[in-house]
Design a protein around this ligand. Structure first.
Ligand code: GCW
Length: 670
């Protein structure tokens, strides 16, 4: 049985014998010139993969000489690799010759090896190969919201992978498997601790532990980064202030940075959450975000490290619109950041909702590299119970047109740097990993880690193709089952939106962010209530962000405003994000708002029943342990989808005073 530990690097024996034999004829040896740790990882991974897929040990040799029928790994510099960027790779093969995997750097070769293995894992031909891959984004990171005590903020798959208590003396072999999985996707950096950071991570005690992890990750081309607690100079440094312009504070950070680089010479840099949700920051000293970020950039100046400064900020003001806060605070600072600073922006203006419009910061800071922060962990998409394939969430944002430089100025072009010629480009995914045997709790959520990584490398890949690849590498190659599962994945997000937050509702209120509690009208902060977001009243539902309301729409270009500012033509998925719509208003579907809401809530919850039936059909094609686990989770999802439906419908009904439409009022309804 399969417990899911091996992820998409399963390398099960290829059952199609002629195919396996054909592959084997082209993979009789692995020739490796070079001895660097990354090249060694590449050759070893290839050997491991081939051992599983072909059922035989393929020898690693130092030089192919005039042998043919093997795989040659080279870090080359010649004409062949001229079109490659630093981490790009090239696969080439001709009949009667060798397969070559080349890159300009060792990492390029490593990524090429994984691309070659992917060809085999997904059953594609490897003769006449001519494939090149270049990452579109330079810094491709996971962000772990992991704490010193082993808990994970918004983690749903067990405890933190990092066993701080055991480190540095004991090195869990799992750290290496984590690195392999990431390298297979092209992820080249990881921030190991929570953005709500503990200052302890900057103590000598922890730097040594972190350095031990860095040593494990390095042979896989992965650099380590730390989230920092802005007042660390006070908390662990004994200074009276953490004012970023104070000379002693600057010196403290410079010294601390030197100390880190002594142990971790390829340290990646700092990630900072400051003056956000109660976290301290430069504004506590009447300085701004640029002052704070630039101070850290200065400390990093002697090194190849960067500062990722988050733009996730908003104030506890019931009269303001949280939607507008990041744009208001950050756009005036455009041009003031040091060249080592990237501003990290969440995909939407609020907070990782199941569906959000893109953040209006994208496109509006042409002089400051902006990076994308996606959430892979399912804080708002059903934890590890609900099956939600996230690639369509990521793609929807990346493909939206900002119109900042005319038609075609997509969010993807902002973050890959092509729109404003950014000198640095980055993307971050908040990780969904933990100590559960299968890494992600729900084994279907492995696909979200996978999809994030693949899109970080190449945002033009389609959600369907990524799903198809992942299913074949992870679950089954049986064609009908592949189709059934990818189809389920592709529909899963819309189904979730329908029973959770249809028509542009949002729900980031306080608490654990799971239970449906739309009735929550009081909290420690006025903007941490449900009513702040959904704005239900006797007239209707939704947040008016047009000129008659908060006017957040004005932060977008006129072309974007035009799509969203008219309630008659605003696409239904975004309707309640921008408009307060009367309950009795007729929508483009021909139904009133109230009837449409009910329709979505009921069909959404019913569709989970459809998911269960579809999943039942693939039983013979997937591993029994995974099958049973997902079957159980789907049953829970169905029950919870009904909770969501009923909570919203019954709560909203107290305002709408409308009956539940007839089709949904059957007596046999639970
Ligand atoms: O989504 C919210 C989460 C917080 C998180 C915060 C952030 C790490 O509820 O848990 O804190 O966003 O992104 O900073």
């Amino acid at each position: 049985a399969d417990d899911g530990y091996r992820l998409w690097l399963k390398y099960n024996l290829i059952k199609d014998v002629p195919k396996r034999e054909a592959y084997a004829r082209s993979a009789q040896f692995i020739a490796l010139t070079g001895t660097s740790p990354i090249l060694k990882s590449a050759a070893e991974e290839l050997q491991t993969g081939l051992q599983g897929l072909l059922g035989k040990t393929v020898p690693i040799i130092a030089n192919a000489g005039n042998r043919t029928g093997g795989i040659v790994l080279t870090n080359a510099s010649g004409a062949d690799v001229q079109t490659l960027t630093k981490e790009g790779y090239k696969l080439a093969s001709r009949k009667g010759s060798n397969i070559t995997v080349s890159g300009k750097t060792d990492s390029g070769v490593l990524y090429g090896v994984f691309a070659l293995l992917r060809q085999l894992q997904t059953g594609q031909a490897i003769d006449n190969l001519s494939l090149a891959g270049n990452p579109k984004i330079q810094y491709r990171l996971l962000n772990h919201w992991d704490n010193t005590n082993g808990t994970i903020e918004r983690g749903y798959a067990g405890e933190s992978l990092w066993k701080w208590y055991e480190l540095p003396a004991t090195v869990d072999p799992r750290y290496r498997d984590y690195a392999r999985a990431n390298a297979s996707l092209g992820i080249n950096g990881t921030v190991v601790n929570n953005v709500n950071a503990s200052a302890r991570f900057l103590t000598a005690e922890y730097i040594e532990k972190v350095a031990t992890l860095a040593n494990v990750f390095r042979p896989y081309g992965i650099r380590i980064y730390l989230s920092v607690y802005f007042p660390a100079p006070k908390v662990i440094g004994g200074l009276k202030t953490a004012d970023p312009l104070d000379p002693e504070v600057k010196k403290w950070w410079a010294d601390k940075t030197n100390e880190i680089y002594k142990l971790i010479p390829d340290f990646g840099g700092f990630l900072v959450k400051a003056n956000s949700e109660g976290e301290p920051g430069p504004q506590d000293y009447r300085r701004n975000h640029a002052d704070g970020a630039n101070m850290l950039a200065e400390a990093l100046a002697p090194y190849d490290g960067i500062v990722m400064w988050r733009a996730f900020v908003y104030k506890a003001d019931p009269k303001s619109d949280r939607f507008k806060a990041a744009h208001e605070e950050f756009t005036p600072l455009d041009g003031q950041f040091d060249k080592k600073v990237i501003v990290q922006v969440k995909n939407g203006p609020i907070d990782f909702q199941p569906r959000e419009p893109f953040s209006p910061l994208f496109g509006n800071m042409p002089k400051t590299p902006l990076s994308m922060e996606f959430q892979v962990t399912q804080e708002y998409t059903g934890f590890a119970t609900h099956w939600v394939y996230e690639a369509p969430i990521f793609k929807e944002c990346l493909e939206t047109d900002t119109y900042v430089k005319g038609k075609g100025s997509t969010v993807a072009k902002v973050i890959d740097g092509s729109l404003h010629q950014y000198t640095m480009t980055a993307i971050a995914g908040v990780a969904n990993t933990g100590t559960d045997r299968n890494w992600t709790g729900n084994s279907m959520a492995q696909a979200n880690w996978y999809a994030y990584g693949r899109l970080a490398w190449d945002h033009t890949l389609s959600s369907e193709n990524i799903a198809d690849e992942w299913v074949k590498m992870t679950l089954t190659s049986e064609p009908k089952a592949v189709k059934t599962i990818t189809d389920l994945m592709m529909r899963s997000r819309e189904i979730y939106v329908d029973y959770n937050t249809p028509l542009g509702l949002s729900r980031p209120w306080s608490g654990v962010h799971f239970a449906p509690e739309p009735w929550q009208e009081k909290s420690v902060r006025p903007d941490w209530t449900a009513i702040y977001y959904h704005r239900a009243d006797s007239i209707g539902l939704g947040f008016d962000r047009t000129a008659t309301g908060s006017n957040a729409l004005a932060q977008y270009r006129p072309e974007v405003q035009k799509q969203w500012n008219n309630p008659e033509t605003c696409p239904l998925p975004y309707l309640l994000w921008f408009h307060h719509v009367p309950w009795t208003k007729k929508l483009s579907t021909g139904r009133t708002l109230w009837d449409e809401l009910c329709t979505r809530f009921y069909t959404g919850a019913d569709s989970v029943g459809w998911m269960q039936k579809q999943w039942a059909q693939v039983e013979s094609a997937v591993d029994p342990v995974i099958f049973a686990d997902v079957t159980g989770r789907l049953a829970t999802q169905h029950k919870e989808a009904i909770w969501w439906r009923d909570s919203w419908v019954l709560y909203l009904q107290t305002y709408s005073k409308q009956p539940i439409p007839a089709p949904f009022k059957k007596p046999d309804r639970t």
